[in-house]
Each structure stands twice: as structure tokens, then as C-alpha cells.
Ligand binder design. Sequence first.
Ligand SMILES: Cc1cc2nc3c(=O)[nH]c(=O)nc-3n(C[C@H](O)[C@H](O)[C@H](O)COP(=O)(O)OP(=O)(O)OC[C@H]3O[C@@H](n4cnc5c(N)ncnc54)[C@H](O)[C@@H]3O)c2cc1C
Length: 250
Amino acid sequence: MREVIASVLENVRLTRDVYSLTFACDEKIKARPGQFAMIGVSGFPLRRPLAICKSEGERFTVCYRLKGEGTRRLAFDYKIGEKLSVLLPLGNGFFVGEEEKKVAVVGGGAGVFPLISAIREYAQSKEIYAYMGFASADAVCMEYEMRRAKSLSVATDDGSMGFHGTAVQALLSEIGEVKPDVILSCGPLPMLRALKEAVAGKNIPTYVSLEERMGCGIGACLVCVCDKTDGKHARVCKDGPVFEISEISL
Ligand SMILES: Cc1cc2nc3c(=O)[nH]c(=O)nc-3n(C[C@H](O)[C@H](O)[C@H](O)COP(=O)(O)OP(=O)(O)OC[C@H]3O[C@@H](n4cnc5c(N)ncnc54)[C@H](O)[C@@H]3O)c2cc1C
């Protein structure tokens, strides 16, 4: 992990409330899929955690959904050339073993962003089956990146595009046929709970990235501690954000 001073190359709106922000810095950025950056937004003592969607040479991209003051400030105040302090890469990230050839990625809402980097990383060496859920057609973004997968199923809650239902339901509709060796997922808590129930007893290693509120991002403040099923606790920022689904209480 290190601190870089990153300057904004592009900060563009993708949908009504989602933006893509690309930075340039002085050194090469190497991040694993699922690792994240803590972005220092001026005026806020706490940095904001955002998944690293893409890292190419000295450039990296995060995508963010407008939520509170910090993401609003990012969207409206940061123009090309503005500089920010960023800590990266943080967290463990997703890891897919050599022997795992068929990878299902299951994302919901802002949870699709860390999975974009997994699709980019493994599209050449694995068969990726992507199930990406959004509220409606107008919330769908980064489709060109998701299309790198061998198969893409876009799911919408209102049925306005693709599969009518959630990303987990889309996965379940094909899981018997696809028979994934491993599942990678990120999304809102109800989606992760549904996934946990859906894969129970199926003997498929399933890794989820948690998007807890975070303070420091480096394991010091314990704000993001989550409960584990063995009664112990884990820091999402340092021990995660990726955990095997049976390890954590959702
Ligand atoms: C590992 C990880 C990856 C993520 N990746 C993405 C992504 O790629 N795209 C995306 O859209 N979202 C992502 N998120 C969620 C994103 O971090 C939040 O939506 C964002 O921080 C909201 O910031 P805000 O200032 O707009 O909202 P607010 O709700 O105003 O502020 C939330 C932030 O304030 C701080 N904070 C506020 N209150 C407390 C408190 N009581 N204790 C501790 N800290 C507090 C924290 O830094 C918190 O993250 C990710 C979260 C995590 C943990």
C-alpha cells in the first residue's frame, strides 16, 4: 500500500447517479481484482473506499454511485487536472486458482464495479459467466467491459432489460448448466444473503466482497469489523474485503 498524488484525467457521468473517474499518477499502479483505493476528498477527514475497476500503467479508474456528501463532492468539484491523495492498493482482492476454469461473477448495483476488474483480469484465461443486476435498464453501465465475459446476463428488477429478476436469480437459472468452479460476488447485503442461501449445499467456493462503512481503510480504526460464523471478527479493510461466503455472518 502506498499514498499517491493522483490527478484527474476524466470524471464522467455514466448513468443518472454513477460516475467513472480516471486518474493519472507518477508511478505504475498494480492492483488485483477486488482491491480498493481510499480516496481523499478535500474537506473530509475520512477517505472514501472505492474499488479499483481498471489499472493500466500509471492510470487507474474507479466508478462510483452518488451516495452522500463525499461522492457528491467527487462528482461536482473534481475536474480534469485536479489532484487528490489516494491510498492504494488495499485489501486482499479476489483470487481464482489455476484449476478453477469456470468463473461466475454475480454483481448488484455498485457491486458490479469490483467485478469489472475480475472480468478484465480473467477474461483470457478463464470462462467467465457474468450475472449483473441493476434496478432498471437506465441504470445499466459498463456493459462494454462486462461483454469481455464469455457469457453476460444483465438482470433488471423491473424487467426493462435482459433477465427479469435479480442477478442471483439469473445465476440460479443457469447454474445447473454452467456448473461454475467458483463464484465471485459483490452487491448489497440482501443480495449476498440470497446468494448464500442459493449456493448452500452446492459445494461451489463462493467469495464475496463486502462494502462496509470504513474509517481508515488500513486496519487501524476497527470501524469496518464484521462478524464471522466461527464467533470471531474480521476487519473488512485489512482481512477482506473478500471473504469466503460461509466464513462470514451476513
Ligand atoms: C471496499 C469497498 C469498495 C467499495 N467500492 C465502491 C465502488 O466501486 N463504487 C461505489 O459506488 N461504492 C463503493 N463502495 C461504497 C462507497 O465507499 C460509499 O458509497 C462511499 O464511501 C459513500 O461516501 P459518501 O461520502 O458519498 O457517503 P456518506 O454516507 O456521507 O459517507 C460514508 C463514508 O463516510 C465515512 N463515515 C461516515 N460515517 C461513519 C461512521 N459512523 N463510521 C465510520 N465511517 C463513517 C466513511 O468513510 C464512509 O465510507 C465501496 C465500499 C467499500 C468498503
